[in-house]
Design a binder for this molecule. Structure first.
Ligand SMILES: C[S@@+](CC[C@H](N)C(=O)[O-])C[C@H]1O[C@@H](n2cnc3c(N)ncnc32)[C@H](O)[C@@H]1O
Length: 310
């Protein structure tokens, strides 16, 4: 119903959308788009309609098609009931501010967002760290086309590149910060482990890895756990359960991060509670708060990460 609510409009406007995106992409903002015509879309995206989204993330007709990106943008607005803000960037806005305040002496020059889809949670990093080069990667060409046009239209400089996050084409130590949002739970377990190893490889010494995700099982009550399993089965989210069975601390340590560099927290939504609430959250240890995300009475984002040894 979510996708059906937006699809007829997008189909009707598809040609106009393509033309508008082409014009917007040429705006003098400085963002870039790099697609690989020989790219092989991995099976976790290619073989299923992820969360019942028709055509999944990647299906396209011709090399200017960006309907999948548009469908995600509009469908997520319906799905999230405004929880993620008008620009769908509340997660990125909240967490980027939290990082800036928490790691005041950290000045990333290059930032990577893995599984960026339409770049809605990539853009906040470029705004929070205007001197940094910000790159968003994804396997979906139509979503990346849309992301590029969307960022250019909003005047935010981001570089989008078609890459598989389990094994990218970037050199060792290319980034200071590797981020992902709502990404890991859509991967098979072996790919999740590969993504963590890749993040470790891509980080410079002292670099920061950070993932926003579903809260861990032991921070969730039985009903919420059941609800996610229900969603997994009936909403084509076959990797939810596997992801939730993994332990964040172990994933980080197995990828080479020092165990004592692990951290986890719950960041209040900047849109709902304001900037001060995000900053105040730094003074309390809220690591195990089961009142997170869409499972919550309030709106808070669970995230965790680690730092690469210097
Ligand atoms: C739920 S969306 C992420 C949403 C977005 N990051 C956000 O904050 O809302 C998952 C994205 O991961 C992408 N993806 C799946 N497997 C991938 C892989 N191996 N490498 C890179 N991107 C991948 C999908 O194409 C999709 O765009």
């Amino acid at each position: 119903m979510v996708w059906d609510a937006v699809r007829p409009t997008l189909e009707r406007e598809a040609d106009k959308l393509t033309d508008t995106a082409t014009t917007l992409s040429q705006a003098e903002v400085g963002g870039t788009l790099a697609l690989d015509p020989d790219f092989v879309v991995p099976s976790n995206v290619e073989t299923i309609d992820v969360h019942l989204m028709p055509g999944s993330y990647h299906q396209e007709s011709g090399n200017a098609d960006l309907r999948a990106g548009s469908m995600y943008d509009n469908g997520l607005s319906v799905f999230s009931f405004g929880l993620m803000g008008k620009n769908l960037d509340d997660i990125g806005e909240s967490i980027a501010l939290w990082v800036k305040e928490k790691f005041a002496d950290f000045h990333p020059g290059a930032i990577l967002d893995m599984g960026c889809t339409i770049g809605h949670n990539t853009q906040p990093w470029a705004k929070q760290y205007p001197d940094a080069a910000v790159t968003g990667i994804d396997v979906s060409a139509p979503c990346l086309r849309y992301a590029h046009a969307r960022s250019q239209a909003q005047g935010v400089k981001v570089h989008y590149q078609q890459e598989n996050a389990t094994q990218t084409n970037f050199a060792d130590g290319s980034f200071d910060l590797v981020f992902s949002s709502m990404f890991l739970h859509e991967l098979p377990k072996k790919d999740i482990r590969a993504v963590f190893k890749e993040a470790h490889r891509l980080l410079r010494p002292g670099g920061l890895m950070l993932h926003y995700e579903l809260p861990p099982n032991d921070a969730m009550n039985a009903y919420d756990g059941f609800y996610l399993d229900w969603d997994s089965y009936y909403n084509y989210e076959p990797f939810y359960k596997g992801y939730r069975d993994l332990v964040p601390q172990e994933l980080c340590a197995d990828a080479g991060f020092a165990p004592d560099s692990f951290f986890q927290t719950v960041v209040p939504s900047i849109g709902w509670y304001g900037r001060d609430a995000v900053i105040e959250s730094l003074t309390g240890e809220q690591a195990k708060d089961d009142n997170t995300g869409r499972l919550a009475d309030g709106v808070k984002w669970y995230c965790y990460g680690a730092r690469k040894a210097k």
